[in-house]
Design a protein around this ligand. Structure first.
Ligand SMILES: [Zn+2]
Length: 251
């Protein structure tokens, strides 16, 4: 990891929000680079200062009491109907606040799930490439790979060999992603690997495309299956691979 990437991930690193791989890379860089270590120190100092100096706001305790009193007053008074409107108005404003908070919460949750899914895909690909567990079945023959996968899974993923297109199939393994059992097909492009995760399209895809430092991901739905491809090949190579894979699956 170079200085530019380290600076990009620095805040997430200090927040403890990075996945293990990136976190270790940032830590390693900070150990060897005085400039980035100083930037990290300044960032930490700034955050401590902000935490210490900025006021934080909690709703004052009398607010709930005051709202209840006002509602009670409106209820017991024998004033015309029009006098109800301030209470309704207040209720509306409060409902609005709740809705904004809920939508924000839901949106934040969705964003976190999407980020987590992306991290898991890259981690799974990386773990397999770095360990000697890239493939459970080693074969470029889809007539070997497909029945092997069908025997391990409760679905039958489409298996295409793209050797003629410059992406030979190396084999496959079975992988768990977000609690879902998937078929992981592994293709090669020169010295790089492309993993394609396939599972039935019963769950929503987390994103259409995403990237982490050095890795590109693409997701799509085809033939009632979800597909996510991940690789460290150039984005243009990955897109070319997917065009060819989609054409082969459509046949
Ligand atoms: Zn640096």
């Amino acid at each position: 990891m170079d200085c530019k990437e380290t600076r990009h991930w620095l805040v997430a690193h200090l927040d403890g929000e990075l996945d293990l791989v990136h976190d270790a890379e940032v830590s390693a860089h900070l150990q060897t680079c005085a400039g980035c270590a100083e930037a990290a120190r300044q960032q930490s100092a700034l955050r401590a200062l902000v935490r210490e100096k900025l006021p934080s706001f909690a709703p004052p305790p009398y607010l709930a009491t005051r709202i209840r009193a006002q509602l009670r007053e409106e209820k017991t008074s024998a004033r015309p109907c029009s006098s109800w409107w301030p209470a309704w108005n207040l209720a509306g404003v409060l409902a609005g606040f709740c809705l904004v908070a809920l939508v924000g919460f839901e949106w934040g949750g969705q964003r976190a799930r999407t980020a987590q899914f992306g991290d898991e895909i890259v981690s799974s690909h990386l773990r397999a490439v770095l360990s000697d567990h890239l493939l459970d079945v080693v074969s470029s023959d889809r007539h070997t790979v497909k029945p092997w996968l069908s025997g391990k899974l409760d679905f039958s993923p489409p298996v295409a060999d793209l050797a003629a297109d410059g992406y030979p199939l190396l084999g496959a393994r079975v992988e768990r992603l977000e609690g879902q059992t998937t078929a992981a097909l592994v293709y090669q492009k020169r010295k790089h690997f492309i993993t394609v995760f396939i599972w039935p399209a019963t769950t929503a895809l987390p994103f259409a495309d995403a990237h982490r430092v050095g890795y590109e991901m693409r997701a799509w739905r085809q033939a009632d299956m979800n597909f996510i491809a991940v690789s460290d090949v150039a984005a243009s190579d990955l897109d070319d691979f997917i065009v060819r894979l989609r054409a082969a699956v459509a046949q």
